[in-house]
Design a protein around this ligand. Structure first.
Ligand code: PLP
Length: 434
């Protein structure tokens, strides 16, 4: 066993990446897999962005640049994000990162001392929970319920706030639930935060799905509320809106230039800068009308797929999904499936390390992949602490209608294949997949 610092045991992962090798193993056996596990738009990069990357490369933008992000991109982000949220943003408050993800862990490093408490939605993007203990802080999950449309209940939030609360993570539209927040809802959350938190508590508002909204909804940001402006870190990025996950461009807008400078300092320490040619193209992405037409077309397609998947899931006994208002995921509750397959009893009888590392829905997820060839993620992939007894799956709808229908058909087969499940569990091979 190699020697590793203790904090390595405190960090978790994003399971969407972890299932990759499991999928490869199934495919290596010659079996097809419908992949509904990854949060990556299945659309081509808009042409103007592609051309802008090439032009920037040809122009020699291949060297170190400003660790905070080029002034030109920060100015474009400040204009775009400020215009959308209805207030002026100083480019000195903008910091560019390699994707939307780094802002999460870096902000926990910037704001939290050991023992500070971090409130975050669960189910939620797994990196919120993953990093908290790594920085010595205390995770405080705010559990969201399907019955209330996975909204963040102001009373539930209020009950979790203590004098040690240092950060509150919010994410609308949400991964994995697709939940969105109206301005009135954000006002109710803001009232709680204002009343119960000191001015130094930071709200991390992850708005990376801000452009992928359905049913004519418009994005609402908690930073637009004057009382929250000086306490909010707005986080967003280019991966989802522009189907550009490989570009690794994201950003945060800090409440003031002093806090932005702390992030700049961490950027210098960790990675120096984000490639300048991608930053040049990101600026084009924000400004080119044709790019926004592509974004609108992609969003309409996601909305149609959402409806297709919801209708198909109706035919799966024991699964029920709320209607997501944005992002590109459907998150059905599957406790009926786990009961019908007696997975709850099987799970309860497992020896401790295996029981702690799984849930009934995890066993179903592994079975659905290994035997029925459909890759999805289970509830535990979106926050483990306190998730016992909760059974959900996340289906990414970043796949064609045909793939989605085939994927749901495979889930239906898995949900009714008691014999196949028993063989799979008895063989014990699944234990190496956990
Ligand atoms: N925040 C949320 C809520 C996400 O779902 C994701 C990606 O899935 C990210 C942040 C990170 O995005 P990026 O790929 O730009 O790092």
């Amino acid at each position: 066993m190699v020697w590793l610092a203790a904090r390595n045991r405190q960090i978790d992962t994003e399971n969407a990446f972890r299932v990759g090798p499991l999928i490869a193993a199934v495919e290596a056996r010659g079996q097809s897999v419908v992949k509904l596990n990854f949060g990556e738009p299945d659309f081509p990069l808009p042409v103007d962005i592609r051309e802008a990357i090439k032009a920037a490369l040809d122009a020699g933008a291949t060297r170190y640049c400003d660790p905070q992000g080029t002034l030109s991109l920060r100015t474009a982000i400040a204009e775009h994000a400020g215009c959308r949220r209805g207030f002026e943003i100083d480019p000195a408050c903008v910091v560019v990162f390699p994707g939307g993800k780094p802002a999460i862990g870096l902000s926990q490093q910037v704001y939290c001392d050991p023992g500070d408490e971090v409130i975050y939605p669960s189910p939620g993007f797994p990196i919120y929970e993953s990093f908290i203990r790594y920085v010595g802080a205390v995770p405080v999950p705010l559990h969201l319920n399907a019955e209330t449309g996975f909204s963040v209940d102001p009373d539930a939030l209020e009950a979790l706030i203590t004098p040690r609360t240092r950060m509150v993570f919010l994410n609308f539209p949400s991964n994995p639930t697709g939940g969105v927040a109206s301005r009135a809802h954000l006002e109710a959350l803001a009232a709680v935060i204002e009343a119960k938190c000191g001015p130094d508590v930071r709200v991390f508002s992850d708005e990376i799905y801000e452009d992928i909204l359905f049913d004519g909804a418009e994005h609402a940001s908690i930073a637009s509320l004057p009382s929250l402006r000086s306490r909010t870190v707005i986080a967003s990025g280019f991966s989802k809106t522009f189907a550009w996950t490989g570009g690794r461009v994201g950003y945060a807008i800090l409440p003031n230039a002093e806090e932005a400078a702390c992030f700049r300092q961490l950027n210098i320490n960790y990675f120096s800068c984000v490639p300048a040619y991608n930053q040049a193209a990101a600026e084009v992405a924000l400004q080119a009308p044709a790019v926004w037409e592509a974004v609108a077309a992609m969003t309409r397609t996601f909305e149609g797929r959402r409806d297709t998947v919801l209708a198909a899931l109706d035919s799966v006994p024991g699964m029920h999904a709320e209607t997501p208002g944005g992002a590109f995921y459907v998150f059905p509750e599957i406790s009926g499936v786990c009961d019908a397959l007696d997975l709850v009893g099987y799970h309860a009888a497992l020896p401790e390390p295996l029981r702690a590392a799984t849930a009934p829905a995890s066993l179903f997820q592994l079975f659905a992949l290994d035997v029925h060839g459909v890759a999805v993620l289970d509830r535990r992939a979106f926050g483990k602490i306190g998730s016992e007894g909760m059974a959900f799956l996340r289906l990414s709808i970043a796949a064609s209608d045909a793939e989605l229908l085939e994927g749901v058909a495979r889930l239906r087969n898995a949900a009714t294949d008691r014999e196949g499940l028993n063989r799979f569990l008895d063989a014990g091979k699944w234990q190496a997949m956990v």
